[in-house]
Design a protein around this ligand. Structure first.
Ligand SMILES: NC(=O)c1ccc[n+]([C@@H]2O[C@H](COP(=O)([O-])OP(=O)(O)OC[C@H]3O[C@@H](n4cnc5c(N)ncnc54)[C@H](OP(=O)(O)O)[C@@H]3O)[C@@H](O)[C@H]2O)c1
Length: 274
């Protein structure tokens, strides 16, 4: 298992994203993934599938300590009292006493980071999470979060794939010693069929999705591709037996110019411009 180390955390580099996976589809995907060699699950209160993630974990027979579980608190629940309450609910849903990583899912500009990050730190001090981090934070928000936190922030979970330029946030994460966890690493289905990735894949006997994941691996970031398809689950883990050349990495980097965001809801912050 490849891990990315950051501020005391060891994050398995490839995890299973579970957004939109519901009911038994989610239970079976989690179970199959863990049996196949995954060690990292990504859920959130918002995904309404924490129960199914917990059930899949139990059905897989995997040891709790061998699985890195991340959940997230929504932007409407970041005031300390609400935060503590929803975290209790997340742990009850998962039927676990702690998670490995707890994230602020999206910042809420109406709630000072001192309060929301303070609530994250309290959860860590109380043993309800091993590590804390953020998602969808810009460079300015990262600096501010670090100025108020009493515990290290281990990651920023952000959209990453070859069609987006995240250089500034990557540099800010590096400055703070944080890991980057790439969400939408298959650009939510826009990677398969993309000419450049398909061509590079052909040269290595790999799919376009595997090329995108390998590009992220070589950038040193973690990825949490989502699928419930057994063949795709297997493929997404199988990205360590080939290497993209410098020229191939440069070609993929060139695609960043599209700067396409798959995820850009009304509550998104003012993103860093490339
Ligand atoms: N923090 C945040 O704000 C945030 C936002 C968005 C997502 N996330 C997290 O990141 C995870 C991943 O993002 P995402 O689900 O939006 O998008 P994604 O993983 O980029 O794309 C998922 C799509 O890719 C397809 N796919 C997966 N593996 C494939 C393969 N090997 N070959 C071909 N197609 C493949 C899946 O189809 P099949 O089902 O057919 O395989 C699915 O349609 C989420 O599930 C969630 O856990 C976090």
């Amino acid at each position: 298992m490849q891990v990315v180390e950051a501020n005391g955390a060891r994050i398995p580099q490839i995890g299973l994203g579970t957004m939109t996976l519901k009911d038994d589809v989610c239970v079976q995907a989690v179970k199959a993934a863990l049996k196949m060699g995954y060690h990292h699950l990504d859920t959130a209160a918002f995904y309404a599938n924490e129960k199914e993630n917990g059930e899949g974990l139990r059905q897989s027979g995997a040891k709790r300590e061998d699985v890195f579980i991340c959940t997230k608190v929504r932007q409407g629940d970041l005031m300390p009292d609400a935060f503590a309450k929803v975290l209790e609910q997340s742990l009850a849903n998962l039927k676990l006493p702690y998670v490995d990583l707890l994230l602020i899912h999206w910042n809420n500009p109406n709630i000072p980071l001192k309060l929301s990050v303070g609530a994250l730190c309290k959860a860590k001090k109380e043993g309800k999470t091993k590590h804390i981090g953020v998602a969808n934070f810009t460079t300015a928000m990262l600096d501010e979060a670090w100025s108020v936190t009493s515990e290290p922030l281990v990651c920023n979970q952000i959209e990453m794939h070859p069609f987006i330029n995240q250089d500034k946030v990557l540099a800010a994460c590096k400055k703070h010693g944080m890991a980057v966890v790439a969400y939408c690493p298959i650009a939510r289905g826009k990677v398969p069929g993309a000419d450049a990735l398909e061509l590079i894949g052909k040269a290595h006997g790999k799919s376009a999705a595997q090329v995108s994941l390998r590009y992220l691996v070589q950038m040193g970031v973690c990825s949490i591709p989502r699928t419930a398809t057994p063949e795709h689950l297997k493929q997404n883990l199988d990205v360590y037996d080939f290497k993209l050349s410098d020229a191939e990495m440069a070609e993929l980097k060139k695609l960043n110019v599209a700067n396409m965001r798959v995820v850009n809801p009304p509550h998104a912050p003012q993103w860093d411009t490339p």
